[in-house]
Design a protein around this ligand. Structure first.
Ligand SMILES: [Zn+2]
Length: 234
């Protein structure tokens, strides 16, 4: 094989690795975002459970206050009833007291029910919190793994880059611009091999003179279809 071509193939290998690394590095922010997104659902569930708990706790307080107001009224009416000397007023106050006591009773029943709801919502809130904690641990592990991978990839990128910098010095200046132009326009494959008379870059059969030129290994030959530099299939 042409010595120049051998050098270019090694260079292309490093360039391909750099391209893959750059693509993988570009995917990391998305991976991070996906990992973090796992938290959003659980965080919303915790907030929802907390709001529901808070609402029912407020309801208990309101019922307690309502009951307390009636109890105070009952006390006041009892004093009035105790002090009255009139029979009909005594009876009327008695009815009032019964009515208010019934209301107190109803409020107490409501309070008991609401307190059971508080217990249920508190359990739900705790469960949602526990789930969030577990998810957070998973997400932290995922993020740590992504960070590790990021660091390793940067390290690799530096290594390959410095290798590439050395290799590129050994490539003739006559051929380097063509190679670099093809590398960009042909998605990282500037050099293709000739296999069964076909260019492996574009899959087209090359004309006889091109095949002969490649086989003679005397000069850099390009595929007449796609322009890639052709190497012998070894
Ligand atoms: Zn071709």
């Amino acid at each position: 094989m042409l010595e120049e071509l051998r050098g270019l193939l090694i260079l292309q290998d490093r360039d391909k690795r750099l391209l893959v690394l750059a693509k993988d590095l570009a995917k990391l922010p998305q991976e991070e975002a996906r990992a973090r997104a796992k938290l959003a659902g659980d965080e919303a569930a915790v907030k929802h459970a907390k709001d529901a708990l808070h609402a029912v706790e407020l309801r208990v307080k309101k019922i307690e206050m309502d009951a307390e107001t009636r109890r105070t009224t009952v006390k006041r009416l009892r004093v009035q009833q105790f002090e009255t000397k009139k029979n009909d007023e005594y009876n009327a106050l008695g009815h009032e007291i019964t009515r208010y006591e019934k209301e107190v009773d109803e409020f107490e029943t409501q309070e008991l029910q609401a307190m059971e709801e508080v217990d249920a919502f508190r359990t739900k809130f705790q469960e949602a919190n526990e789930l969030l904690g577990k998810t957070r641990a998973v997400v932290e592990t995922d993020l740590a793994a992504i960070r590790d991978r990021h660091a390793r990839m940067l390290e690799q990128q530096n290594e390959v880059r410095s290798e590439r910098d050395k290799l590129v010095q050994t490539v003739s200046e006559d051929i380097l611009p063509l190679y670099e132009k093809l590398l960009k326009s042909k998605e990282g494959t500037a050099i293709a091999t000739l296999h069964g008379g076909k260019c492996t870059g574009c899959n087209m059969k090359v004309i006889a003179s091109t095949a002969i030129a490649v086989h003679s290994e005397k000069e850099i030959t390009q595929c007449e279809n796609c322009g890639r530099i052709l190497a012998m299939d070894e």
